[in-house]
Design a protein. Structure first.
Length: 127
C-alpha cells in the first residue's frame, strides 16, 4: 500500500493551493479548479484542497473545532521559514508547544502545520 494523496477541506481550494505552492515550490496539478485544487508532491504524492461549504477552520489549540490533521515540514532554518510563511498569509498561534523543537503556524484556512528543523524530527506530535 502506498499513500497517494492528502486532502484538506477548505473554503477556497485555489487560494489554499496557491499558499502551499508558494510555501513549498510544488507544482500545481493541471486539473485544479474552484472545487478541488492540488499540488504534485514528491514520489507521486498529491496534496489536495477541496471546497467545503460552511467550512469551519480548526480552533487549535482549543478543541471546539478539532485540528483533524496537521502537516509537518522540514526546513533548514525555522526562523527564516516562519518569517516567509507569515508574509504569505500564515498565522502564528500564541501557544507554541514543543519547547522550541518545532514551530506551529496555521495556513490561511486555519489548519495548523509545523516547521521542524531538517534532521531534528518531531519525536512527538504537537499537543
Amino acid at each position: 500500500m502506498k499513500l497517494s494523496a492528502i486532502t484538506l477541506d477548505c473554503p477556497d481550494p485555489l487560494a489554499l493551493a496557491a499558499f502551499y505552492q508558494q510555501a513549498t515550490g510544488l507544482a500545481p496539478h493541471p486539473k485544479s479548479d474552484a472545487d478541488f485544487a492540488g499540488l504534485n508532491g514528491e514520489h507521486g504524492l498529491l496534496i489536495g484542497f477541496q471546497r467545503v461549504e460552511d467550512h469551519q477552520p480548526p480552533s487549535w489549540p482549543d478543541q471546539t473545532v478539532p485540528q483533524q490533521l496537521h502537516l509537518c515540514f522540514d526546513v533548514a532554518d525555522v526562523e527564516e521559514a516562519e518569517s516567509r510563511l507569515l508574509e504569505l498569509g500564515a498565522g502564528k498561534p500564541d501557544r507554541q508547544p514543543g519547547e522550541g523543537k518545532w514551530r506551529v503556524l496555521t495556513d490561511p484556512a486555519g489548519h495548523p502545520f509545523c516547521l521542524v528543523r531538517a534532521g531534528q524530527g518531531t519525536q512527538e506530535p504537537p499537543e
